[in-house]
Design a protein around this ligand. Structure first.
Ligand SMILES: [Zn+2]
Length: 107
């Protein structure tokens, strides 16, 4: 069974344990038609962060560049933190998925 970090009620999203720098975007709550991405525990290799969502949330996401392709990195700030990676996209594809993650259409 896969765990879903974002509940429709937004309980996890609403938790605010870290100060909000107010610079990066905050993903909105998932929509009822939210599609599930296929998350993997490990990246394809070394990566570089291109964009990230706000670090004040319990769950935050990074758009990363990895081995010439793009992936999304999800961090659930448990103890210890849980990391998950998905995708092997071109920048164009990755930007579209990133937009859908931010707008709650995929997670
Ligand atoms: Zn914030």
């Amino acid at each position: 069974m896969t765990t879903t970090p974002d509940t429709p009620s937004g309980d996890l999203d609403a938790r605010n344990e870290w100060p909000c720098p107010g610079i990066s975007p905050h993903p909105v709550r998932v929509t009822s038609e939210c599609r599930a991405l296929d998350w993997d525990a490990v990246p394809q290799g070394r990566y570089r962060v291109v964009e990230h969502t706000c670090s004040c949330r319990t769950v935050f996401y990074e758009l990363i560049s990895c081995c010439g392709l793009y992936m999304i990195h999800r961090v659930i700030r448990n103890r210890p933190p849980e990391h998950a990676f998905t995708g092997r996209w071109t920048l164009r594809e990755a930007r579209e998925i990133w937009r859908q993650v931010l707008t709650g259409q995929v997670r």
